[in-house]
Design a binder for this molecule. Structure first.
Ligand SMILES: [Fe+2]
Length: 455
């Protein structure tokens, strides 16, 4: 048997390829599918099956392109209402190839159409040795129950409880667990960093599985749900239809300075590191550095329906930026600056980078904006700072004074760089990025306030 997990850190996403006797099945493929094709060729496997555990909301899947390029069948839970040729699976349906049996378990809860896949390797025994749990069971968490337009989080959480207790846990404690997401994903809230687990380990360590009753489980799951970015519903719809192949997307046009100055409706998305961006950028540009959770940030803050002009450090990073955007459904990249920022002849603005010692020294008459999440703020923050979580920042800008400088910080400097660019874009002139963020503030032993003492 061949079994491989492919982990994509940018989206905290895990996909899988399982093979036996020359045949392979890919589960929850990412949008750029060439790595599965290359891997299958290397292993002498023919991809004949593609499974989607559910209609993903946080990324665009490559199931349709993979099927088009291999002739594979695509399998989805019957409730998905998929709008492309597929096999609509029911509880107990099986795919058999080589020495493998893949059995579908209907596990509604995270979404109504969710399925898990129990894998039996006949060379190892008659019972499943592993289960691909999609977004039903994560390592340390379970899937969020608030993504349905038709069912309430309480209804879905109640279904998820039944799915876990009637379908997943009975598989047995020794059965290995392979989910579709890891720590950092927006599909759960407290995942552990491991990439695989067992049912027994999750039974012991997963907070959601320790809930004794359905009522307690529903209460736990529906309390403090993480933000639901606007693009989630759009990505689920793209996946219901099946996204076009990446190779069908138009090439990125090379634009002159004049063309860029004339494209007033496009968003200028500058993907360079904060220091480079701060040293000089095109007025109005949004800085989302090509690091961390770049794609989810872009989809959350820019959305899928704007024309985008990409600014990148070099050709390689330009292409990586474009692919990462396409993975979440951002396809309208209309161009880039020909020759990069060195070739820019138009106006330039800066965002000074300041240290935490500068901030502590100049503290008076500066507005300090903390763009972290409330939970992070509650654990400690700079006294007198304003909490303006990045996702809500633009709607809160009215609370800021235009006559005083604004110093923006987050945990370590990634989100604050984005926040600075959004604030400056809204017309504020004195915006400073705090290098190293609250981690640096804390490391320098500077004074902290804790929950509810500030704002
Ligand atoms: Fe999901």
């Amino acid at each position: 048997m061949y079994f491989q997990q492919f982990y994509l850190a940018c989206l905290s996403h895990a996909s899988y390829m399982i093979g036996s006797e020359g045949v392979a099945c890919v589960v929850d493929p990412r949008r750029d599918v060439s790595l599965y094709l290359d891997e299958a060729a290397k292993e002498n496997l023919r991809i004949e099956h593609v499974i989607e555990t559910h209609l993903h909301a946080d990324f665009v899947s490559g199931h349709r392109e993979l099927a088009d390029r291999t002739g594979a069948k695509v399998y989805l839970g019957w409730r998905a209402g998929a709008k492309f040729p597929h096999v609509a699976v029911h509880d107990g349906d099986e795919i058999r190839f080589g020495r493998l049996i893949l059995r579908f378990l209907e596990t509604p809860g995270h979404t109504i159409e969710s399925v898990c896949v129990a894998i039996t390797d006949l060379d190892r025994g008659e019972k499943p040795f592993a289960v691909l749990t999609g977004d039903t069971l994560f390592i340390g968490d379970v899937g969020r129950p608030d993504l349905s337009p038709d069912l309430s989080p309480r209804e879905l959480a109640a279904m998820l409880f039944d799915s876990l207790h009637q379908k997943i846990l009975p598989l047995g404690d020794e059965v290995e667990v392979y989910p579709a997401h890891g720590a950092g994903s927006l599909c759960g809230k407290q995942m552990r960093p491991e990439r695989q687990s067992t049912i027994g380990k999750e039974r012991a360590m997963n907070y959601a599985l320790r809930a004794q009753t359905k009522e307690e489980f529903v209460r736990l799951l529906t309390a403090e749900l993480p933000d639901r970015p606007g693009y989630f519903a759009l990505d689920a719809e793209i996946n219901r239809s099946g996204a076009p192949a990446l190779t069908d997307l138009p090439p990125v046009a090379r634009l002159s300075c004049e063309q860029i100055l004339a494209s007033r409706n496009a968003i200028m998305l500058d993907t360079r590191p904060p220091q480079q961006f701060g040293a000089g950028h095109i007025p109005g540009a949004v800085n989302i550095p090509l690091a961390g959770q770049y794609a989810s940030m872009a989809a959350t803050l820019v959305g899928l329906d704007r024309d985008i002009i990409l600014i990148a450090e070099d050709e390689e990073r330009l292409e990586e930026s474009r692919v990462r955007l396409a993975r979440v459904g951002i396809e309208r990249v209309i161009g880039t600056l020909k020759g990069g920022m060195q070739a820019w002849r138009g106006p330039v603005v800066e965002i000074p980078q300041i240290t935490v010692s500068d901030l502590a020294r100049e503290r008076r008459d500066i507005q300090v904006v903390d763009v972290r999440r409330r939970a992070e703020w509650d654990e400690g923050h700079i006294e007198g700072a304003k909490l303006m979580p990045l996702g809500q920042l633009e709607s809160m800008l009215g609370e800021l004074r235009r006559d005083l400088p604004i110093a923006v910080h987050c945990k370590s400097g990634y989100r604050s760089a984005i926040g600075c660019s959004l604030i400056q874009r809204a017309g504020f002139e004195k915006v400073w990025n705090v290098i190293g963020g609250f981690d640096a503030w804390r490391a320098c032993g500077l004074p902290e306030a804790i929950a509810e003492t500030a704002i």
